[in-house]
Design a binder for this molecule. Structure first.
Ligand code: HEM
Length: 1004
C-alpha cells in the first residue's frame, strides 16, 4: 500500500505532459494558496516572496521552467544597497490537483490500478507576486535598502514567467497609499518613496490585455550607510587553474594609491557582494579603525568559491603580486573562514617555492583549520528530500561542492554514508605538508569561547515534522537514545535512517562559531506548507574553537593561553555566529596589527630609512654587491627572520649562529623528516650520495676520522708549493704590468695546490679539464644562468666522479700519490665509493673559497690603502688573514635543519624546519669592536665563524691558512695595484666572491 501510493504520485508527475499541464508547473503537494494578483493582495517581504518562489521551483516539471532562486538573487550582486531597488515580478501559470484527485490517487493505489490523469483533474492557478531583490547582507534578514528615500527599477532579467509566458502590455506602479498609478518602464528608475518606520511599501500592476494583476511588497530600510564604493577594482586570475576573482580596494582616506594594504579573502561559497564582506569586516568598526591607522583594505572576492580550495589560492597570489607592484611596504594577508585557509595555503606555498610575498602578518578569522561541522541531520534532510523537492538542489550543490567536501569533518556521500570525503583527506595531507607561512606573524580569531563551554545540547531534537505525507525527526550528535541522528518517512515510505558515526565528539555542542543550518532547514520545511514543524537548536557549532585555533585537543576542553601554530589568538566571550566579530575581537585585531611600519625604498643602502625586511630578496644584485648594510639592519631590527626565497629562518646574531653550528644534536645537515630531493639542478647533485660535507653522524664521523688525519699529512709541503707556483705567475705579470686577478692567479694557484694534495697527476690538460667540470658543478646554484646550462652540473659531476674512481683504482695497484693514493692504500672502514665521492667534494670545495678570499683581501687592502702596512711587515700577513676572513667570508651563510621541536633565541622551531646561520653577519656582531672596520691587528679576529664551527668545521682550514698568505705575500712584490675595471659579484647569496678583479700595477 505505502509503496504503491508513492508510486502513484510519481506516476502523476510523470504523466503530466504539456497537454495536461500547459505551464509545466504542477504543485502536487504542499501549500498551493499562492497570491494570484487578484482579490486580496498580501504585502510580501523579500523572504516571504522567496518562500513562495521556493514552492514554484518544487512544482517545476523540468529544471529550466523556473529560474533557480540563487541566480535570481545573484543577478543583483553588484547593485548597491543605496541605489534603485531592482524589482522582481514572478507571473506563472501553475496546475494544482483538484479536490477529487487526491481521492483518485489513493483509490488507484489501493486497487493497484494505474491512474489515468485527465485535464479536469487539475486546476489552473495563477501565481503573481513581486518583490524588491536586495542582495544578501551580513546579519540582516531581510536585507535593507540604505536610506529612507527609496527609488525602484524594473529589471527585464527579473521578470520571471513560464517559458513562452506572456509579457505585460503595460506595467504601473503606485508609490502612495491612495493607489495612484503611474506607468513605469523596464530599466528606468522611478520614485522615490519615503519610508515610514523601517520599511517602504509599493504596489505593482501588470496589464495583459484586460487581465490585470497586482502585487504589493515591502522593502526593509536602514539608516546605516552603505559601505563606501570601492576606489578601485582589480581582476584576479590564478596562473595555474581557471579560478578567477576580483579585488575591491578601499584606500585609507586621502590616498590616491594603496600604501599599507590589508588583504582579506572572503569565505565559502564565494561570489558574495563587495558590500557583504565589507560589512562583515566592519560590523564593529574594524575597517574604520584600520583606515584611521593608515591601512588600505583590499577585499578578495572569489568568482567561484566552490571549486577546490587550492585553485583559489592562485587568485590570492595574483592579488598579492598586484599589491606588491603598487607598494613596497609589508602586507597584512588573511581571510574570513575558508578565506583564512586560502591565505594560509597561498603564503606557505609561495614560501615553499621561494616566492617573496612580503607579508608581515597573517590573519585568520574563524577559519576552519581542522574542519567545519555541518549538522549531519541537515545533510541527511537535503539528501533524502532532494528527489521530491527539486528546489533543494541549491543546498545540495553547496554541500557537495569540492571545497565544502575539503572542509567538512563529516560529509554524507551519495550512498548516505557519513565520513570525511576523499577530497578532504587529500587536502589535509597537502596542508600538513605545507604547514604555515613562516615569515609573517600569525594571528587567529575564533568566534567561539575559549573556556570549553559550548552552546547547543548534545543529542537534542532539532526538527520534528509531522503530517499525512511526511514524518521526519532530526537530532544533534550523538543522536537519540538509539544513536539515530535522523529518520522518517515520505509519502509513507521509509527514508533510510542516519546513525551517528562512532567515535565522534558532539560537534554541534562544542564551543565555536555558530551556524544556522538547523534553523534554515526548519524554515524550508515550514515553507513547504505540509503539516506541523517544531524546531529547536537553530544555531549550533559550525567552526569549533579548536579548529579556528588549530589545536590538537578535545573540542570540549578549554584552550591553553598559548599553544598551536599561532603567535597570538583571541576567542569570543560567548559562542557567537560564525564570522560575528564582537567589539573586543575587533579591538584586539586592530591592536595586534598596530600601526603600519614606515616606508622604505627597495634599495639596501644603510642610509635609507626606515627599515622594511619584507622586501628582502637575497638574490637581488644590489644586496649581493653589499650585503653587510642589510645584515646590520637585520641584527638591529629583526635578528631572526623567515626568508621565503630560501624557505628558511635566518639568524643574524653571533650567539644564534654559534649554537646552530655547535649543537650537533639539535641541528642537522639533513632534514630529519627525510625531505624529498629538491627538483632542479642542485637537487640532481644531491642524488650522488652523501659525503663528508653533506652527511650527519654516524656516517659523518666515520668519514671524517679517516679523512682528516690523511689530509693533514698531505699538506705539509703546501705552503712552499703555493709560493713557488705563485712566483711563476708573478714573474710574468711583473713584465706585463696587469692581470685579471681571478683567472690569472687566484684560481690557478689554489687549484693546483689542491690537485697536488689530492694526488692528481701534474698534467695541465687533465687538470684544466677537472677545473671545467668543477666550474660547471658550482654553476648549478647560479640562478642567473639558463636551466640547460645549470643541468650540465649533473654531467660534470658524473665525469669527475668517474675520473676519480679510475684514479683511486689505479693507486690501489701502483705508485700511489697524494691523499687519494694514501686512502687507496689505507682507507680504514671506508668503501671505495666513499673515498672517490669525498674526493669529488674536495676538488669542488678546495679552491674556490681560497680564490675569493685572495681577491677580497686584495680589494680591501687596495680600498683601505693598507698594502703598505703589510709590505712593511710581512709577518702581519698570517694574522691578518683572520681579519680578511671575518670581513669578507667566502661562505656567507650555512644551513641546518632542526632535529626536534625547540626554541632558538625565543623562536619556536619545529622538527625539520630549515635554519640559516648568517655567519657573515655574526662576524660583524657587537663582540667585535667597530665591526665594519679593517684592523690588521684585531685581537679577537680569529673568533669569526668563516670556517664554520662544530663537527663540520672546515677540513681545509689548515691548507687555506698555508696557501692564501703565501699568495698574498707574492702579490705584494708587484707594483702599486689599482682596480682597472668594474668587478662583478657572483650571484649566489650563500657564497661571496668577485667573478673578476682586473688589476693594473704601477712601478713602485
Ligand atoms: C678560505 C678557504 C675556505 C673557507 C672560507 C671554507 C669554509 C668552509 C665552511 C664555512 C665550512 C663549513 C660548512 C658547514 O658547516 O656546513 C667548510 C667545510 C668544509 N670545507 Fe672548507 N673552506 C675553505 C677551504 C677549504 C679547502 C681548501 C678545502 C679542501 C681542500 C675545504 C674542504 C672542506 C670540507 C671537506 C668541508 C666539510 C667538512 C664537514 O662537513 O665535516 N675547504 N668549509
Amino acid at each position: 500500500m505505502t509503496a504503491s501510493l508513492a508510486d502513484q504520485i510519481s506516476r502523476l508527475r510523470d504523466a503530466a505532459g504539456p497537454d495536461i499541464v500547459p505551464g509545466r508547473l504542477l504543485a502536487a503537494w504542499g501549500r498551493t494558496n499562492f497570491p494570484s494578483g487578484a482579490g486580496e493582495i498580501p504585502v510580501l517581504t523579500q523572504p516571504e516572496w522567496s518562500g513562495l518562489y521556493f514552492l514554484l521551483e518544487n512544482a517545476a516539471l523540468e529544471p529550466d521552467v523556473v529560474k533557480p532562486l540563487p541566480s535570481v538573487e545573484g543577478h543583483t550582486r553588484d547593485m548597491r544597497p543605496d541605489g534603485p531597488v531592482p524589482i522582481a515580478v514572478a507571473s506563472f501559470r501553475v496546475a494544482v490537483p483538484s479536490e477529487g484527485l487526491a481521492g483518485s490517487v489513493h483509490a488507484a493505489a489501493a486497487d493497484g490500478h494505474e491512474l489515468r490523469l485527465a485535464a479536469e483533474d487539475l486546476e489552473e492557478r495563477r501565481f503573481f507576486a513581486a518583490t524588491g531583490v536586495l542582495f544578501d547582507q551580513w546579519q540582516r534578514t531581510p536585507p535593507a535598502h540604505r536610506g529612507r528615500d527609496v527609488t525602484f527599477v524594473l529589471d527585464r532579467a527579473l521578470y520571471l514567467t513560464n517559458p513562452g509566458g506572456a509579457w505585460p502590455d503595460r506595467v504601473e506602479a503606485s508609490l502612495d497609499d491612495d493607489l495612484t498609478w503611474q506607468e513605469v518602464q523596464f530599466g528606468e528608475p522611478f520614485g522615490p518613496r519615503r519610508a515610514v518606520g523601517d520599511s517602504v511599501e509599493i504596489s505593482i500592476r501588470c496589464r495583459y490585455g484586460d487581465d490585470v494583476r497586482t502585487a504589493r511588497f515591502a522593502v526593509a530600510v536602514s539608516d546605516d550607510p552603505a559601505p563606501p564604493p570601492p576606489d578601485d577594482t582589480w581582476r584576479l586570475r590564478a596562473s595555474e587553474t581557471p579560478a578567477r576573482g576580483r579585488a575591491w580596494v578601499v584606500r585609507a582616506p586621502g590616498r590616491t594609491e594603496i600604501v599599507n594594504p590589508v588583504i582579506m579573502v572572503e569565505g565559502f561559497p564565494g561570489n558574495r557582494s563587495y558590500q557583504y564582506t565589507y560589512e562583515v569586516l566592519n560590523q564593529t568598526g574594524m575597517v574604520d579603525a584600520l583606515h584611521d591607522n593608515g591601512y588600505d583594505l583590499v577585499i578578495v572576492g572569489l568568482d567561484d568559491g566552490m571549486r577546490p580550495i587550492e585553485h583559489n589560492t592562485g587568485v590570492l597570489v595574483d592579488c598579492i603580486k598586484q599589491a606588491r607592484d603598487r607598494t613596497t611596504r609589508p602586507l597584512v594577508v588573511g581571510g574570513l573562514s575558508m578565506g583564512g585557509l586560502i591565505s594560509r595555503y597561498a603564503l606557505a606555498k609561495m614560501e615553499s617555492t621561494g616566492q617573496t610575498h612580503g607579508t608581515r602578518i597573517y590573519l585568520s578569522i574563524d577559519a576552519p583549520h581542522r574542519g567545519t561541522y555541518t549538522s549531519l541531520g541537515v545533510q541527511w534532510f537535503v539528501h533524502s528530500l532532494r528527489p521530491v523537492a527539486p528546489a533543494l538542489r541549491g543546498f545540495e550543490r553547496l554541500l557537495n561542492a569540492a571545497s565544502n567536501q575539503q572542509l567538512l569533518l563529516l560529509w554524507l556521500d551519495d550512498d548516505g554514508k557519513a565520513a570525511p570525503s576523499k577530497l578532504r583527506d587529500a587536502f589535509r595531507a597537502e596542508l600538513e605538508k605545507l604547514g604555515y607561512p613562516r615569515q609573517p606573524r600569525r594571528l587567529a580569531v575564533s568566534c567561539g569561547r575559549g573556556d570549553g563551554v559550548g552552546g547547543a545540547e548534545a543529542g537534542a531534537r532539532t526538527l520534528e515534522w509531522e503530517s499525512e505525507l511526511v514524518a521526519i525527526t532530526i537530532n544533534t550528535l550523538p543522536g537519540n537514545a538509539d544513536g539515530v541522528i535522523a529518520e522518517g518517512s515520505w509519502l509513507r515510505s521509509r527514508l533510510a535512517p542516519l546513525e551517528a558515526p562512532p567515535g565522534q565528539p558532539p560537534w554541534e555542542t562544542a564551543p565555536g562559531g555558530q551556524n544556522t543550518y538547523n534553523g534554515e532547514v526548519s524554515q524550508v520545511a515550514a515553507n513547504l506548507g505540509v503539516g506541523k514543524v517544531t524546531h529547536d537548536q537553530d544555531r549550533t557549532c559550525g567552526v569549533p574553537t579548536v579548529s579556528a585555533l588549530d589545536l590538537d585537543q578535545s573540542p570540549l576542553d578549554p584552550v591553553p593561553s598559548a599553544a598551536g601554530p599561532f603567535d597570538a589568538y583571541t576567542c569570543s566571550a560567548t559562542n557567537v555566529q560564525h564570522l560575528e566579530l564582537t567589539e573586543e575581537v575587533s579591538d584586539w585585531v586592530v591592536k595586534e596589527l598596530g600601526l603600519p611600519p614606515a616606508p622604505t625604498p627597495r634599495e639596501y643602502a644603510r642610509s635609507l630609512e626606515p627599515w622594511n625586511p619584507y622586501t628582502f630578496d637575497p638574490y637581488e644584485p644590489a644586496f649581493l654587491a653589499d650585503p653587510y648594510a642589510t645584515y646590520a639592519r637585520f641584527r638591529e631590527h629583526d635578528p631572526h627572520f623567515f626568508v621565503p626565497r630560501t624557505a628558511s629562518r635566518w639568524f643574524f646574531h653571533y650567539d644564534a649562529c654559534e649554537q646552530i653550528l655547535n649543537d650537533r644534536t639539535r641541528f642537522l645537515k639533513n632534514d630529519p623528516d627525510g625531505s624529498e630531493l629538491t627538483p632542479g639542478p642542485v637537487g640532481i647533485l644531491r642524488a650522488f650520495g652523501s659525503t663528508v660535507f653533506t652527511s650527519d653522524p654516524p656516517r659523518h664521523t666515520d668519514l671524517r676520522d679517516v679523512l682528516e688525519p690523511a689530509f693533514r699529512t698531505q699538506i705539509a709541503r703546501a705552503e712552499a708549493n703555493a709560493a713557488e707556483r705563485a712566483q711563476k705567475i708573478i714573474d710574468k705579470v711583473s713584465v706585463r704590468g696587469h692581470m685579471e686577478l681571478i683567472a690569472d692567479y687566484a684560481v690557478p694557484v689554489p687549484a693546483e695546490i689542491v690537485f697536488d694534495v689530492l694526488g692528481i697527476p701534474d698534467d695541465q690538460v687533465v687538470r684544466s679539464g677537472l677545473l671545467q667540470w668543477a666550474g660547471l658543478i658550482i654553476a648549478a646554484a647560479d640562478r642567473t644562468l639558463s636551466l640547460p646550462m645549470r643541468f650540465q652540473a649533473g654531467t660534470a659531476k658524473m665525469a669527475l666522479q668517474t675520473y676519480l674512481q679510475g684514479l683511486l683504482h689505479r693507486y690501489e695497484q701502483e705508485a700511489p700519490q697524494g691523499l687519494i693514493g694514501a686512502l687507496a692504500q689505507a682507507r680504514g672502514d671506508l668503501r671505495p665509493e666513499d673515498v672517490y665521492t669525498t674526493c669529488v667534494e674536495l676538488v669542488i670545495a678546495g679552491y674556490m673559497s681560497s680564490t675569493w678570499l685572495v681577491a677580497s683581501a686584495m680589494r680591501i687592502l687596495i680600498d683601505q690603502k693598507q698594502l703598505g702596512a703589510l709590505r712593511a711587515d710581512r709577518s702581519k700577513i698570517k694574522p691578518a688573514l683572520d681579519e680578511f676572513l671575518r670581513l669578507e667570508p667566502p661562505v656567507q651563510v650555512i644551513d641546518r635543519f632542526a632535529a626536534q621541536d625547540m626554541e632558538l633565541c625565543g623562536v619556536p622551531l619545529r622538527t625539520g624546519d630549515k635554519v640559516t646561520a648568517v655567519t657573515a653577519s655574526a662576524n660583524r656582531d657587537a663582540r667585535f669592536t667597530d665591526p665594519d672596520a679593517l684592523r690588521l691587528d684585531r685581537a679577537n679576529a680569529g673568533e669569526h665563524l668563516s670556517f664554520g664551527d662544530g663537527i663540520h668545521r672546515c677540513i681545509g682550514e689548515p691548507l687555506a691558512r698555508r696557501v692564501v698568505p703565501a699568495m698574498l705575500d707574492r702579490l705584494l712584490d708587484l707594483g702599486e695595484p689599482v682596480i682597472d675595471g668594474l668587478p662583478q659579484w657572483q650571484t649566489n647569496p650563500y657564497l661571496r666572491g668577485m667573478t673578476n678583479l682586473p688589476l693594473r700595477f704601477s712601478c713602485r
